[in-house]
Design a binder for this molecule. Structure first.
Ligand code: SF4
Ligand code: SF4
Length: 96
């Protein structure tokens, strides 16, 4: 196999403010521009944590009997609803 001519990318070389959404999103309320929001059907949730693992903004919170997104930082991408193996999350349109 051909060897890589350059060393692996070193993420420590990225300035902290280069990509604030990916690196420091909790300063922003991305929920303010969300078009749809996830609603958890708590009776269907088996607390597997798949939504927690897949959420790109790490905004899904663990409760004693279910997981649920914090809507301040949920951007409404719908990944949690797509990945939930028990169809416990539905995306609903935000009302003005
Ligand atoms: S993925 Fe679905 S079933 Fe699993 S914790 Fe999240 S909402 Fe509950
Ligand atoms: S809709 Fe997207 S941002 Fe919001 S909780 Fe689900 S995966 Fe996370």
């Amino acid at each position: 196999m051909k060897r890589q001519s350059h060393p692996m990318f070193d993420p420590s070389t990225i300035p902290d403010d280069l990509c604030p959404i990916a690196t420091d999103f909790f300063d922003m309320r991305v929920g303010d521009w969300r078009a749809r929001r996830p609603e958890v059907k708590r009776a269907k949730c088996v607390k597997c944590g798949v939504c927690w693992a897949f959420c790109p903004t790490q905004t899904v919170i663990e409760h004693p009997h279910y997981f649920e997104p914090s809507l301040d930082h949920c951007k409404g991408c719908g990944i949690c609803a797509e990945e939930c193996p028990h169809d416990a999350i539905v995306m609903v349109v935000e009302q003005e």
